[in-house]
Design a protein around this ligand. Structure first.
Ligand code: URA
Length: 226
């Protein structure tokens, strides 16, 4: 990879990277390099003494706070919560959450990864913690498990629902628009609070506060598809 391309991973534009290199602000393994076109295969690249993360892809887990949307270019966008260093990457969310929904939001610039998470044919399980307006009945559990028809149209794949005090854990293997809320409406109930807590085999860490972001490890990634 060319040095100027690598330096853009610091969150700056290509032309800013070229200027920084020419100004002697970039070093490769501690040696200042002023040629933006030089090819880099390995080594520690620093900008103003700070190491630049040149990973091909990044995989992030955000504990999405309520009040944020998954669309870009809005003041209340989850993309505004990402650190500046990711701003030059083409990061997408892996399955949107509603503005009032909290919890596990995966983000990446690896298109294949995003596809594996959201492609309907993959049937990756996603678990939500739901606080319904009315208690979940035995009949609701049966209806969820046998495939609910929502809005008199779409039929959901069988979903698992487990009561936990006043709350319920619901696991679905698809991601239709407002699916959980529509499923509860279909059984004459209403969702008062919704949080995604698990994707595949990876859970939202309890220690991650709303708005906080984790960089996922290889182990985390393999857990998702386990
Ligand atoms: N289902 C919903 O209704 N909303 C979400 O945000 C996610 C799943």
């Amino acid at each position: 990879m060319r040095l100027d391309k690598y330096v853009t991973y610091a969150g700056i534009s290509r032309s800013a990277a070229v200027s920084a290199i020419k100004a002697g602000r970039v070093a490769v393994d501690g040696v200042v390099v002023k040629n933006p076109a030089i090819k880099i295969d390995s080594g520690v690249i620093t900008l103003d003494g700070e190491a630049i993360d040149g990973s091909e892809f990044v995989y992030l887990l955000m504990n999405k706070p309520a009040g944020y949307v998954c669309e870009r270019n809005r003041p209340d966008s989850v993309f505004n919560l990402l650190p500046e260093k990711y701003s030059r990457r083409n990061i997408s969310v892996c399955g949107r959450l509603d503005k009032d929904t909290e919890g596990m939001l995966l983000l990446s610039d690896d298109g294949d990864f995003v596809h594996r998470i959201i492609a309907p044919a993959k049937h990756l399980a996603k678990t939500y913690l739901v606080r319904p307006k009315n208690p979940v009945t035995d009949a609701d559990i049966k209806a969820f498990e046998s495939g609910l028809r929502i809005d008199g149209g779409d039929v959901c794949r069988p979903a698992k629902i487990e009561r936990s005090g006043v709350d319920a854990f619901v696991t679905i293997t698809e991601g239709m628009y407002h699916q959980i809320k529509r499923m509860f409406e279909a059984v004459d109930n209403e969702v008062l609070y919704l949080r995604r807590i698990k994707t595949g085999g990876l859970s939202l860490p309890e220690t991650l506060s709303p708005g906080e972001i984790l960089r996922l490890s290889e182990k985390d990634l393999s857990r998702i598809f386990r």
